[in-house]
Design a protein around this ligand. Structure first.
Ligand SMILES: CC(C)(COP(=O)(O)OP(=O)(O)OC[C@H]1O[C@@H](n2cnc3c(N)ncnc32)[C@H](O)[C@@H]1OP(=O)(O)O)[C@@H](O)C(=O)NCCC(=O)NCCS
Length: 158
């Protein structure tokens, strides 16, 4: 049945509206409760959900054992792939370059991203890399390096 036909049938449309309203509410509550659960159980700080925009989802971050030493101002997009044991400092943005439809960054394992860094677009960061404070990552960073600056360049190997 199309939405047009549903709208013509007032009774059916009423029940459809009621159902979709409660379905939306359940989805929102489920997200809120799951966020609170992971905040309490893993991150042990409500700041993680209150002061950041982690669209990637706390469950995903919990699975990867991501560590936030100072969880403020961090934005991680929905499509970001993140490996295990990464450390992300304050005011870091990891996301798409322009908007919807863009590709998101991929982070390997054991990566440290220091304060105020932006990692944007279709970039890959290799395992054990360290990204220095206030860097802008626009291109791939190999594994086992320290990269800094705008745009980020390799300055040393770890
Ligand atoms: C990336 C980092 C770990 C590198 O430390 P390091 O290995 O000791 O590097 P050095 O201090 O020897 O610097 C090497 C070169 O890189 C430059 N450099 C270091 N960090 C830089 C940064 N974040 N942005 C731009 N250039 C940087 C230095 O100026 C130096 O350049 P030079 O050789 O021309 O003088 C460190 O600089 C850094 O960014 N730490 C993050 C600190 C932070 O965010 N702390 C949060 C606390 S809450």
């Amino acid at each position: 049945m199309t939405m047009q036909k549903l709208k013509e049938n007032k009774v059916l449309y009423f029940f459809w509206s009621l159902f979709s309203y409660f379905f939306r509410k359940i989805t929102i509550y489920k997200r809120i409760f799951s966020n609170l659960y992971f905040c309490l159980i893993y991150f042990r700080s409500f700041r993680v959900v209150l002061l950041n925009d982690l669209t990637i989802g706390l469950e995903r971050l919990y699975q990867s054992k991501v560590y936030f030493p100072h969880p403020v101002g961090i934005v991680i997009g929905k499509g970001v792939k993140i490996g295990n044991n990464c450390t992300i400092y304050q005011n870091v943005t990891i996301g798409a370059k322009t908007g919807i439809g863009d590709k998101y960054p991929t982070l390997g394992n054991n990566i440290t991203v220091y304060a105020n860094t932006c990692i944007i677009g279709d970039v890959t960061i290799g395992d054990n890399a360290i990204i220095g404070a206030c860097s802008l990552v626009l291109q791939d960073i190999p594994a086992n390096v320290i990269a800094v600056g705008n745009p980020a360049k390799v300055i040393a190997y770890v």
